[in-house]
Design a protein around this ligand. Structure first.
Ligand SMILES: O=C1O[C@H](COP(=O)(O)O)[C@@H](O)[C@H](O)[C@H]1O
Length: 223
């Protein structure tokens, strides 16, 4: 794991956005379309704000979430709504959103329709992950019903996930799909998440799903 510590969040967010923009730009020089896979939740909004104003050929960028909560877009818990509000605006409005939600009652019913476009976006060019204090990443939660499958080599690209700590049913890219990324960044803030990350390094992937990504990731942390 490459751990990069910053003195404050603003410096970290600018540096991270700059790195991601550089990686997307480099990929666009050699590929017709590139994919950028991003987390939801409370942490990435400020990075999205910076990236949305960055000048690059967004019309050739496919943006997709790591995971989505199975709630309507009108819900404040919708990761898709966050993306539309904070990333897919300004310069980045030209990017193509690959959806992870459909207006059907369960993720299982949504999966078949969502899967083809997500599979077409693989391998991922740039992956940004978040992490909860329970060491989940994407919707790979400790104790989740399909966690073993989600972490396995035989995993489908997308799967439904339910977990005690998740709040609502989820849909998530599997570890196998996420690990296709050429470049992986993990964004975490605060002492509690730093302690959780240090703990994750001592646990198994089943106990601490984020561990599945640490070997190949750069972790960006600020207090
Ligand atoms: O539920 C989720 O949580 C994680 C971490 O979110 P945060 O609020 O602690 O930043 C996030 O990475 C994931 O995409 C999201 O669905």
């Amino acid at each position: 794991m490459n751990f990069v510590e910053f003195p404050d969040r603003e410096v970290m967010l600018l540096d991270l956005a700059n790195k991601i923009a550089g990686e997307l730009r480099a990929a666009l020089e050699v590929e017709d379309r590139v994919s950028f896979c991003v987390p939801g939740g409370t942490t990435p909004g400020p990075v999205f704000d910076i990236l949305s104003g960055v000048s690059l050929d967004w019309g050739r960028v496919d943006v997709l979430l790591n995971d989505e909560r199975w709630v309507p877009e009108s819900s404040e818990r919708s990761n898709t709504a966050l993306l539309k509000r904070r990333l897919l605006v300004g310069q980045a409005l030209a990017a193509r959103l690959i959806p992870l939600h459909r207006d059907v009652p369960t993720p299982e019913e949504g999966l078949p329709g969502l899967m083809p476009a997500v599979e077409a976006a693989l391998p991922l060019n740039v992956l940004l992950l978040g992490m909860g204090t329970d060491m989940h990443t994407a919707s790979l939660f400790p104790g989740a019903d399909q966690l073993e499958l989600g972490l396995s080599e035989d995993a489908p690209t997308l799967l439904a996930m339910r977990a005690p700590g998740a709040g609502e049913p989820r849909i998530t890219l599997s570890a196998k799909a996420l690990k296709t990324a050429i470049s992986t960044h993990i964004l975490i803030t605060g002492a509690e998440k730093r302690a959780a990350l240090e703990r994750a390094e001592t646990l198994s992937e089943i106990e601490a799903p984020v561990r599945a990504f640490l070997a190949d990731a750069t972790v960006h942390w600020a207090p």
